[in-house]
Design a protein around this ligand. Structure first.
Ligand code: AMP
Ligand code: MG
Length: 327
């Protein structure tokens, strides 16, 4: 695996997935099921995962896969029209007929669990944002020996120019270890390197958090901002778009505290974003300063939330959070 192979495979798959997401998002009624934990899953989540894992099975078939969705509810037959719709979306995106067997096999593709390479895929990160027609991301991350080494974040609704919210939307972020982090407009345009901000002035610091208050601990964000005198405000954005915003210098801190004591973060919610932020100069630990540990598979069992910052104030922020969390 190298930067070129990663970028080719991830961006080709990510573009197909984003096309499906955009098409479904424009529909009046987005067909949705409810997963355990009351999280929504739409026809676009399944179709996006199918095209991404199909590409990985073709180009990186001997790598391991960790992905958010599975085909269980599609196979169950309760919602046959949902399964048919997913199959049609995938067939249209690929421009070829697709059988239900192929569809389910792609969605469930697991590769070789013994491989040192493991892809962490969130076919639609921020499904609630997607349903609100707000921000969401197709997240394609890569671990080597359980360490994030590369990521692609396709963000179909993010403003290309942060100062022109009414302008073109759709941004792709990608990074590979020691090759740098980049962005380009999803609908065409030049690729440019990105860099996290370097400010050390608390008055400038902007803190990113979830829109969904149940996904975090909004009080802890407010307490951090007050304690350290961060003057840039709290910026609420859905999904791993937050990592892209930080990596291109439009915010300095992404704080994702545990939403409740027994909550454990999902690896696919962070691998791609952490890789992009790191290559842009950022730092990631958990909220109490421990290294992120992706060795448990889907859940980050040993971490207390996730903290990513632009770098220079990381230790100070961790010290403050430890005081706030541990008392
Ligand atoms: P965000 O867009 O920041 O709200 O994060 C979206 C992610 O939050 C989803 O992909 C889910 O994996 C995750 N999530 C779902 N339920 C919870 C919860 N109760 N606490 C924390 N995160 C959650
Ligand atoms: Mg997610």
């Amino acid at each position: 695996m190298n930067a070129d192979t990663f970028t080719n495979v991830a961006l080709e798959a990510g573009r197909l997935a984003a096309g499906i997401c955009r098409r479904v998002q424009q529909e009046q009624v987005v067909e949705t099921q409810e997963k355990a934990g009351r999280e929504p899953v739409t026809v676009a989540d399944y179709a996006s995962q199918a095209v991404i894992l199909r590409a990985l099975s073709l180009h990186c078939g001997d790598h391991a896969i960790l992905a958010e969705e599975n085909s269980e509810n599609l196979r169950a037959g309760d919602d046959a029209h949902v399964a048919d719709r997913v199959r049609d979306l995938v067939a249209d995106a690929l421009g070829e007929p697709v059988t239900m067997e192929q569809l389910c096999a792609w969605i469930d593709h697991q590769g070789d669990p013994a491989s040192p390479y493991m892809w962490a895929i969130d076919p639609i990160d921020g499904t609630k944002g997607f349903l609100r027609k707000a921000q969401y991301a197709v997240a394609i991350g890569l671990l080597r020996e359980r360490v994030p080494v590369a990521g692609a974040l396709v963000c179909p609704n993010l403003a290309v120019d942060p100062n022109d919210e009414g302008g073109a939307r759709g941004v792709v972020f990608h990074a590979y270890e020691q090759a740098g982090a980049f962005q380009f407009p999803l609908d065409g345009g030049d690729t440019a390197p990105i860099r996290a901000n370097a400010t050390t002035d608390a008055a400038d610091v902007r803190v990113l958090g979830s829109v969904e208050s149940s996904h975090g601990d909004p009080k802890l964000l407010t307490a951090l901002v007050e304690e350290l005198g961060f003057g840039g405000g709290i910026v609420r954005v859905d999904s791993q778009v937050k990592y892209g915003v930080l990596a291109r210098g439009d915010a300095e801190v992404y704080l994702r505290p545990r939403s409740k004591p027994d909550w454990r973060d999902n690896a696919w919610d962070h691998v791609a974003g952490v890789a992009v932020a790191k290559e842009a100069g950022g730092r990631s630990t958990d909220v109490v300063g421990r290294p992120l540990d992706f060795s448990f598979g889907a859940k980050m069992e040993e971490n207390v939330g996730v903290l990513t910052t632009h770098g220079p104030l990381h230790d100070e922020i961790v010290a403050c959070l430890k005081r706030l969390v541990e008392g």
